[in-house]
Design a protein around this ligand. Sequence first.
Ligand code: AMP
Ligand code: MG
Length: 401
Amino acid sequence: MLSYQEALQIILDTVTPLPPVELPLGQAVGRVAAMTVTARWNCPPADNSAMDGYAVRAADAGRHVAVMGEIPAGRSVDVECAAGHSFEIMTGAPCPRGTDAVVPKEYVRRGGDRVLLPKQIVPGQHIAPQGSECRRGKAVLAPGATITPLAVAVMASFGKSSVQATPKPGVGIISTGAELVPVGQEPKAAEIRDSNGPMLLSLARERGIEQPKQRHAGDSLEAILAALTELTDCDIVLLTGGVSVGSYDLVPQALHAFGADVVFHRVRQKPGKPLLFATKGPQLFFGLPGNPLASHFCFHRYVTPAIRKTGGKNPAREVFQGQLTEPVPPKPVRTYFVAARAQRDELANTWKILAMPGVSSADIFGACRANCYAQIPPGREKIPAGETVGFSWISSPPSIS
Ligand code: AMP
Ligand code: MG
């Protein structure tokens, strides 16, 4: 049986980024650029005013000068400003020839068509020179860079209405189990509501997947095969339940019949021992355990990096270090990912980890209080309080409080 490090490495070695597509600018945020975008022209395109005020010649400081006209933003001007003259100018408007400074409105005294300029005017003040923000030809976005809202603004300013980027993977989710009924349905005796389906859908959405598809399959080969067939357009298919050793755990068999290759099945970890990973061409399949917390953990630890790498992102999930506040019973041969609550200890400048070993693989209720999984290595006799362990956030780090 593989260790969790080996299992994760196999997934990362198998997964490759999706081929880039041309995305409209409005849909590109958060994606990873697959092209270089270069500035098509200088920004600003001409010397322009950074303030509402008067475009002047600095040499006229301290004098009364004539106001020869008004230049609002958006009007192109082809005038020369002679000595003793000025133009009222708005932020973003091009400065007329001959002017070398802008005096903000608040610093002049205006009377009719004349203004009194301040005694000190520094040449160049409040003028954004042509190309001072970005020179034509400069690379403003490189392949591999994440497209942020500011990067979108940069591309918009250069008239780039679409960009080559790695798309988000399509994700399909199949809840297997004859005992499951949908959320809106009343369970009969021996039935339970499907809670993994909505949980995995939410996890996928939290990772930026827009339209995850959901199916339910009973515990028969035909039903699972039918659901798999309906999700052939998904890059990543998550199956939950039916992946263990019970007589009705048919996911491995169904994947085999579907033509997928099982890359590994079972990992030396708790929770999530039955985890399965399979591929069929570029399509990836994760057989997640039916136990809800185990399913949650396997998504967190294995599916998230696969989604990130498929989408062209760095797959690394950061592992932080913290000190256990209570001893934790270790597992002899399995890495134990115990639901835990990390809290900042400001004085000691560390994270304190309150592990919840009492929370079982089925206990989503207890785990709701957790904000991370602490990682307890196998083979130790006892893990005392104060021991430093790795932990990874379940979602983004909470604000320090
Ligand atoms: P299995 O791996 O299919 O044997 O399922 C293990 C346990 O998880 C059983 O108690 C199932 O009833 C439960 N389970 C499986 N699938 C789900 C699900 N989608 N939602 C909630 N519980 C589930
Ligand atoms: Mg089942």
